[in-house]
Design a protein around this ligand. Sequence first.
Ligand code: SF4
Length: 472
Amino acid sequence: MEKFVIKKRASGKFRIALIYPNTYRVAMANLGFRLLYFLLNQRREIFCERFTSDSNLSIESGSRLKDFDLLAFCYQYENDLLRIIELIEKEKLWDKPKLFGGPCTTNPFPIRPFADLVYVGEAEASLEELVEAILRGAEREELARIRGVYVTEIDNEVRRAYPSVLPKLPPFQVSSEDTAFGDAFLLEMSRGCVWNCKFCMGRSIFAPYRERKLDDLLETIEIAMRKGKYKKLVLIAASIGNYSRLEEFCRELRKLVTKFGFVVSAPSVRVDALNEDLLRLIVESGERTIALAPESSERLRCWLGKVFDDQSVIDASKLAKRVGIKQIKLYLMFGLPGETEKDLIEAARLVNEVKRIGVRVTVSANPFVPKPHTPLEREQFVELKELKRRFALLRREIKTKVITEGLRDALLQALIARGDEIVGRMLLHAYRSYGRLDLRTVKGAAKQLGIELSDYLGERKGKLPWHRVKLL
Ligand code: SF4
């Protein structure tokens, strides 16, 4: 049962399909998806309905995509493009106007064959201006002058749109028990990051670092919990420990937890900014898991810009255990530039030491994927065979279960992340030739079209397509 669903009479409305190309469970754990739904529906003349990959009918009224005036795709992760292409082809949506938004639009060129408009940036900045212009039937040239808007047919220069000050967060969010967080209110405390990890795209595409005001956050929580009765509060920030008024925030949040009885969860805490107050609060509210990302060996970690030693990871884990955390998720990367077997063995040794502390440890190890707009954007994506060898080594050395999101998927991710229009067309060709999209069919299409995947996956020299997109 969902709360805060928006229902309107569709007739006479401009109908927007807000499409998240993943399951309901994943889609509804995404703050952007929830906020867009709320923002777009604020206009009386618009009825925005949600679609996820579980069904080809809208959640709100059971309508088909063909019934909508505009298809708005949330492009969160590179591999979402595979599902988007499949959807466009299966549902025959080529004649429908399509707008793409989300973090991956900072390289809009692989999606150029599929999109009419791409919104590069944060919705609060100029999405309303764009929607208003669409509603009055503005010409493409006018749309291209709106900050953050890339009109694929014009191929205009684009500068990312973002608000210099984060507006107050609406206190009502659509939610249900069936999301990855359960029935939760997602509280974005800050956007951007104060750190400079070389591999991280989030750092550049959400710059500059901005915090929400303490009073606004507390007021939002109070209203959300009183009226929405959410069971959980999920704190969202690149590094919560760096929120400038964290101590006061924790003190006031504790009072609200006592008053309303909700669980506090903080999925993202940085080892060197771990805060005991926050940890205690999380545990007292009923949460027992945290995630830490040591990434690699101490040597490589510091080179990447995460300047903390192995001992800090162990100390942070001991602190977590002492305050009552039962499970620690550790995130590792492999296939990093300059990585040696020694780095992998040292990373494994660190995991084993954390395990010896006496907490339950789970490990997620994933290949390094060079991302646009990062200092490592020109690095090579290590070949699959070699990645398999390194992953096997990690698995052998780590004395607990190690999972990965998939090496083949990581390769496709690397291809799309640094791709261009040719990559987009190649994916479409693969789908049309083989009826599905995976590494095998993409390789088949590349061969048919005479495209060298290594041109995209290897070390990149010369001009890079996404440099045309200005982030600040
Ligand atoms: S702390 Fe996290 S979000 Fe910030 S730059 Fe490093 S990896 Fe990115």
